[in-house]
Design a protein around this ligand. Sequence first.
Ligand code: SAM
Length: 330
Amino acid sequence: MGRVTLADARGRVVTDLRLSLTDRCNFRCTYCMPAGGLAWLGRDQVLTVDEIERVARLFAGLGVTEVKLTGGEPTVRAELAEIVARLRAIDPGLDLSLTTNGFLLERLAQPLRDAGLDRVNVSLDSLLRHRFTAMTRRDALDQVQAGLAAAEAAGFTPLKINCVVLGGTNDDEVVDFARLARTTGWDVRFIEYMPLDADQAWERARVVPSALIREAIAAVHPLVPRTRGPEPATTFGFADGAPGSVGFISSVTEPFCDSCNRVRVTAEGRLRVCLFSLDETDLRGPLRAGATDDELGGLVRAAVWGKWAGHRINHADFVRPPRSMSSIGG
Ligand code: SAM
């Protein structure tokens, strides 16, 4: 029997699920959340641990091989280690990772490793304390660095660092981040600023094209391309053989929708087949009403089948989704 696959009408196959565990966050990054936070979901609106396990199992049964736990900030969810253990038990071969701001990793890295987590991505936008504080609205760089050290000690290597580059804010640090990759062996990925900030202050002028970042780094540390995989990042190693890599997630200037293999489920159980979707499929309602796996699978298949060809950021008819990155689960 052939492998079960979850495909859309254009032949793209979904293998990657981003599962949001909470809409809450302990940071207030300027490009994501307002200073005062958002109207949080109520406890009964958020998927329970049992429901999260059911959703993950459903997607694994449909052919998903990679689950990334996200949020909000997934480490503020008290049951995180239990969730990891439950998902690990679904399939020992499932690629199970976490994206986090790193603030609580010092304490959590080892328990998460023990629970069966494979990989950790840490978001880090500045190596300068005052700038880190301004961008995240939290004076927490030391704490995040302690989290990174704990993640390494727990065996989450090589670490992946995600850095959102904002023109006029932290774009002068890209070579410093490349140097960090070289000295630690970490994979640093630069993310283009997307129109998903809750304050709706996004403007194209502040998007720093990946091509410019790549040139700035290559001028100091020549780069060699690495094979492009299903990952959204295009990755480069260092020509002089230094360890580490730099990658680029160029959602605005070089969209990769043609090879998109992912979908998202929000903290309240809504399936989004594109980061920029304007519609969603509620899974929580049917799930709580007693839907069978076949019925839920049918809903998922229908939504994925209708996945649009690509996001419209670069088109005149672009409409921002009504959610911020934090409430989608980036
Ligand atoms: N709190 C976790 C973290 O920091 O990784 C997970 C959720 S966070 C929403 C996921 C990623 O989205 C982070 O790397 C964050 O920097 C990124 N992000 C948030 N808003 C963004 C925006 N407007 N454009 C590009 N990336 C954004």
